[in-house]
Design a protein around this ligand. Structure first.
Ligand code: CP3
Length: 370
């Protein structure tokens, strides 16, 4: 850590394709490729490490977290590494007692039940997040400029949903009750999360060397556009603004999963600071409408996505065909990053994932040459 704070320069960037996808005049040979949840249980080398360690213990050991982050970069010729961590690391440091349980996923022992529980939350002790910045730093050194490094956090709404539901949910009835009944309390928590998430991302960039950041709003689609605009975007705006004030040149990708209403995207596109967009790119899920897509491309924002990950269970023929259709549709802009529509899961096969990466790169080059 001492050394981390003294080193001022990182290895020279050899492959900068992901960052180039945010700059209109950058060189372009093909679109960059990476995958959400590219480090995880479908990789035997990940399972080997995980067999010995608890999930959060792996996140909290910078050497192990860096090693796991690098695993997919050794398997595949990908253009980005995303730091191995979790969106629940931040609320864990704010007083939530969270464990990840086999088959169940995240479980929270002390969920927020009524606004009186808000008092139990506290800003994280900055020292308790240093391991994330250490892991990023080690990863950035080890990558030797071979690909870009991405940092991330959960969006306030999604993190809040976990904090209230106490884990994964089907109905999201508890967090909806908060939103519509304890509206003020909800706003208070969302704002606190927005401010702390911005600090967390700023440190990921300034201390750790993250080159791009992505905000995962996995449960954005659980409420209608009208509520997302009224209750959720104001807290996101705080997050984006705080971040961009400190890191104006670091690309920010927003992932409002299943919230594809054109009205929401239009609200996002309006957000600016000193005339510059607050959101540089959008991760797309597989339901994006053509109409919304056009809005994003016309606003000169980067798009990332969006192959349904289930396609990778299929035959090589269907995988190739769907990649081709995706590229025809999305590579109409050079501000394009190839990715899936959501994360890889433990039942994916390494060879099919490899086919996705190789075939995407091959077809992206061919399409560009057309
Ligand atoms: O490679 C990467 O993408 C980086 C790592 C990463 C993880 N979680 C590792 C992880 C990222 C970016 C996340 C984000 C995350 N975490 C999200 C947003 C993205 C999405 O999927 O919608 C969400 C909702 C979470 C919350 C979370 N953490 C869940 C639902 C689970 C259980 C999932 C499961 O597969 O069991 C986790 C645990 C988790 N986070 C695992 C991994 C690799 C599995 C833990 C294990 O290995 O046992």
């Amino acid at each position: 850590r001492e050394k981390r704070k003294s080193i001022k320069e990182f290895p020279k960037q050899i492959n900068n394709r992901v960052i180039d996808a945010f700059q209109s005049f950058a060189p372009f040979d093909r679109a960059p490729v990476w995958m959400m949840r590219q480090a995880g249980r479908y990789l035997p080398e990940y399972r080997e490490i995980k067999a010995e360690m608890d999930f959060f213990a792996t996140c909290q050991n910078p050497f192990i977290a860096a090693e796991i982050t690098l695993q997919p970069t050794k398997q595949f010729d990908i253009d980005a590494a995303i730091i191995f961590s979790d969106i629940l690391v931040l609320p864990k440091m704010m007083g939530m007692e969270i464990t990840i349980e086999e088959k169940k996923g995240p479980v929270i022992a002390n969920p927020l039940q009524t606004p009186a529980d808000i008092q139990k939350l506290h800003p994280p002790n900055p020292e308790h997040l240093e391991h994330v910045y250490d892991a990023l730093f080690l990863t950035r050194l080890a990558l030797q400029g071979k690909c870009n490094l991405i940092g991330f956090c959960g969006a306030p709404w999604t993190v809040f949903a976990y904090m209230v539901e106490g884990g994964s949910s089907k109905l999201f009835s508890k967090v909806k009750k908060w939103l519509y009944l304890y509206t003020e309390g909800s706003q208070q928590v969302l704002e606190l999360l927005a401010k702390e998430s911005a600090k967390y991302l700023i440190n990921q960039v300034k201390q750790g060397g993250a080159q791009v950041v992505q905000i995962f709003d996995s449960w954005a689609g659980q409420i209608p556009a009208i509520d997302y605009i009224e209750f959720i975007i104001p807290s996101l705006r705080i997050l984006f603004e705080d971040f961009k004030k400190e890191c104006p040149d670091t690309p920010l990708i927003m992932f409002p999963k299943d919230q594809n209403d054109k009205k929401v995207i239009v609200e996002f596109l309006k957000l600016t600071l000193n005339g510059k967009p607050l959101i540089d790119g959008f991760q797309l899920d597989s339901n994006i409408s053509d109409e919304t897509l056009v809005k994003i491309i016309e606003a000169n924002r980067t798009i990332q996505g969006n192959l349904e990950p289930g396609v990778l269970y299929g035959t090589n023929d269907i995988i190739k065909k769907r990649i081709s259709q995706m590229i025809e549709k999305l590579q109409t802009t050079r501000r394009y990053i190839i990715n899936l529509a959501h994360g890889l899961t433990p039942d994916h096969q390494v060879e099919k994932v490899r086919l996705f990466v190789q075939e995407s790169q091959r077809q992206s080059k061919l399409y560009k040459a057309k």
